[in-house]
Design a binder for this molecule. Structure first.
Ligand code: FFO
Ligand code: GTP
Ligand code: MG
Length: 463
């Protein structure tokens, strides 16, 4: 990607809307834009952070749209470059015509994430903030958006920077010793004590626990951003579709006492505790020869295998022994797949319902009794020991960041082991250096084209 040319992109969805925003950026943007503007002088002389009204046009007789243009002067803009935002009418052909005009004026279509890439290159934001911009746009729940806002305001950056600067201080002292090994070198026998005086264990331990906290927030970060797939499974008539409707608070899936009512699985989105869930009602499991139902069961099997958590329902009023054996076989298979599973005993409102066996949560779809407990158990299964994040918590949501923190932790743990094993100072220094490098990569202080490509290519065009 070149940084010295002018880029343009639609920043809002392409569709019918009251207004649409087209972003432009790069040195010479206002000069270029003014050649297609009804008031070229006004636009060129406009101070930064002002809005100019006028027409986009090839000339007086070939007008393209009536617009307002927001003017940003370098370095006071999102990208840090001279920029302009065009507020036009939100019509698809209108937008297309404006983009064509911009191309003839010397702008090119921006790559995905290119505005944010430029902001990073021009020192407007570090990589954790740039990733947060993208995470905000993608957030599917209010909680996910709040957590991404914390990151945009620099909370991840600050935490990483805090840990890193302590390690850098240690490295500085270590480097001096490595460069001038003869200075104040104590006796050979007392080497480890001297290494420990240069590298305070508790500072390294503190760095480890800070980084471990961040890594462990990743699971809930993922959960808030990506959500989870929840499959309702069990034999026919167990109450899966009833439960599906209970989740959605809507009569969405057909419920009947005829076994095999649901054949095609049904998917619906639902947000629970700020976590966007994809809920699947599946075909009841049973041995059948009928070809359509058989296919429905096969497809449901795939949905179940690909879910993050399974809610397995058993009809508590069914006293049939072979039915119980069938359930046990299914649960065994789920166990083998290593999928988290919540076992639910349904129809507890009916007098013929047997008491829920050990490990099963009782539930009545009619009264809703037990539903809170089931939802809670499902969340616990999804979080696997993590606690739910609060709005103000520091939670990471980038696999890239998580992997780099893992690398940094690895280096620190290695350093600690080497210290315990009284390894020479230069070996320990290499481990510390590796950690520092990984931390620098998280914020983008250390970066390469590859890294930047990986971060920004997933963005939307116009971001
Ligand atoms: N019109 C508009 N609204 C927007 C954005 C945008 O790019 N344009 N944003 C895009 O994500 C978000 C806000 N983020 C922004 C970040 C920095 C600057 C900016 O111009 N910063 C300058 C000037 C700051 C100042 O005047 O004090 C700077 O940092 O130097 C603008 C928006 C959401 N709303
Ligand atoms: N009393 C009572 N009836 C229930 C309960 N849950 C489900 N039912 C009834 O049980 C029958 C089957 O419920 P569904 O939700 O259709 O069962 P399913 O698991 O989706 O069945 P298939 O689609 O055939 O696999 C319906 O008549 C429901 O009204 C419950 O908790 N209490
Ligand atoms: Mg059903």
């Amino acid at each position: 990607m070149m940084q010295d040319d002018r880029i343009a992109a639609l920043a809002t969805p392409l569709g019918e809307s009251a207004l649409a925003v087209i972003r432009t950026s790069g040195e010479g943007t206002l000069q270029a834009l003014s050649r297609g503007f009804s008031r070229p002088g006004t636009l060129q002389e406009a101070p930064g952070n002002t809005i100019i009204y006028g027409w986009l046009q090839y000339d007086e007789s070939r007008r393209v749209d009536e617009v307002t243009v927001a003017v940003f002067r370098a370095p006071r803009s999102y990208t840090g470059e001279e920029s302009a935002e065009i507020y036009c009418h939100g019509s698809i052909p209108g937008i297309q015509k404006i983009m064509e005009l911009l191309f003839t004026l010397g702008f090119r279509q921006a790559e995905p994430g290119e505005f944010s890439l430029r902001a990073f290159i021009n020192g407007k934001m570090d990589l954790t903030r740039a990733e947060a911009v993208h995470e905000i746009v993608r957030s599917q729940s209010r909680k996910a958006q709040s957590l991404a806002l914390n990151r945009l305001s620099g909370r991840v950056f600050e935490e990483i920077d805090r840990v890193k600067s302590r390690l850098v201080d240690i490295m500085a002292a270590v480097s001096v010793q490595l460069d001038y090994p003869d200075d104040e070198l104590p006796g050979e026998d007392d080497d480890s004590g001297y290494v420990r005086s240069l590298i305070p264990m508790d500072t390294v331990q503190d760095a480890v626990s800070g980084l471990e906290r961040l890594v462990s927030s990743y699971r809930s970060g993922r959960l808030y951003q990506q959500g989870a797939r929840v499959a309702l499974a069990g034999q026919t008539n167990a109450g899966k579709s009833s439960m599906f409707n209970l989740f959605l608070k809507e009569d969405r899936s057909i419920v009947s006492n005829i076994h095999g009512t649901t054949r095609d699985y049904i998917q619906a989105p639902v947000v629970l505790d700020g976590i966007p869930l994809s809920l699947y009602d599946t075909a009841g499991l049973r041995e059948v020869d009928e070809i359509i139902e058989k296919e429905g069961i096969r497809r449901s099997g795939q949905v179940i295998e690909n879910s993050s958590v399974i809610l397995y329902l058993v009809d508590g009023t069914n006293s049939d022994k072979s039915a119980h054996a069938f359930d046990e076989k299914q649960l065994e298979r789920i166990g083998e797949l290593n999928l988290p599973c919540v076992k639910i005993w349904t129809k507890t409102d009916l007098p013929q319902c047997a008491p829920a066996p050990k490990g099963f949560l009782p539930l009545s779809m009619i009264s809703g009794e037990g539903f809170d407990r089931v939802q809670q158990a499902m969340m616990e299964a999804l979080l696997q020991g993590e606690r739910l994040a609060g709005d103000g918590d520091l939670v990471i949501d980038s696999l890239r960041q998580k992997q780099l923190i893992d690398d940094a932790l690895d280096g620190l743990q290695q350093a600690l082991t080497s210290m315990e094993g009284d390894q020479p100072l230069d070996i320990i220094a290499m481990d510390l250096q590796r950690s520092i490098r990984s931390l620098g990569e998280i914020t983008g202080e250390v970066s390469s084209e590859d890294i930047l490509d990986r971060v920004f290519s997933g963005f939307c065009v116009g971001k």
